[in-house]
Design a protein around this ligand. Structure first.
Ligand code: NKO
Length: 213
């Protein structure tokens, strides 16, 4: 129906909010896409503008994914068109991915966005909090050991389907399909990072080093 289409558009618009670009332009007069990795994400904001800016962008980007995925809860079941929990979760999964596509190709920033990691994480929190906990644990351990955010994002991406299979007995099979697709999506958005990692040229991020900014 028209309502469903409206919710889908809303999810895309939410994902499209280019937090890194707008935050940098508003408070530092800088488009972070012109520096560092050129990515409009939390990591590059951290790299270019410092720890505080990076953490704020990360939080907003996570919130975008969480909000888009929870949009159906805001509407009446007659609008969402189902009371069946499986199709409800399927709709939520679709909305999460649509928000991530908005983050990757934001209408508000010339369709040059980020890599979708934080927004995907927000989606996973909304769909399967236990899996999200597994992902963030692997992410942090990997980051503390390697100091590569990209490698940590990729590892966390793999953790999503693996944690579903090993720890969580999911009743909705499509969650597993989405988890595998998300894992592949992270590999695709990190192709340049993978090349740099293999050449030993990826830039490191030190979480606990004092940033001057
Ligand atoms: O600039 O190319 P870059 O080095 O910036 O950036 C690479 C980086 C891009 O992603 C980001 C977002 C980082 C957000 C960190 C959020 C941490 C929360 C835990 C992550 C769990 C991930 C789960 C993935 C969903 C399955 O990679």
């Amino acid at each position: 129906s028209l309502y469903l289409f409206g919710i889908v558009v809303l999810a895309y618009l939410f994902g499209s909010i280019p937090t890194a670009v707008w935050f940098g332009q508003a408070f530092y007069g800088v488009d972070v896409r012109e520096y560092g990795s050129g990515n409009a994400g939390a990591t590059n904001t951290f790299r270019v503008l410092g720890k505080k800016a990076g953490i704020i962008v990360m939080c907003v980007d996570i919130f975008k994914g969480w909000t888009a995925t929870n949009l159906p809860h805001l509407f009446d079941s007659s609008i969402v068109g189902t009371t069946d929990s499986i199709s409800f979760v399927n709709f939520q999964l679709a909305l999460g991915v649509i928000a991530v596509l908005g983050h990757l190709f934001p209408v508000f920033a010339g369709f040059r966005g980020g890599k979708g990691v934080a927004t995907l994480f927000g989606m996973v929190i909304a769909i399967q909090p236990m899996a999200a906990l597994c992902c963030v644990t692997v992410f942090l351990v990997c980051l503390i050991i390697s100091n590569y955010v990209s490698l940590s994002s990729i590892s966390a991406g793999f953790t999503f389907p693996i944690s579903l299979a090993l720890i969580i007995k999911t009743t909705v099979p499509s969650v597993m399909l989405y988890a595998i697709a998300i894992c592949i999506l992270i590999l695709i958005t990190h192709q340049k990072n993978i090349e740099r990692l293999l050449k030993g040229k990826e830039s490191k991020i030190y979480l606990f080093k004092k940033s001057e900014k």
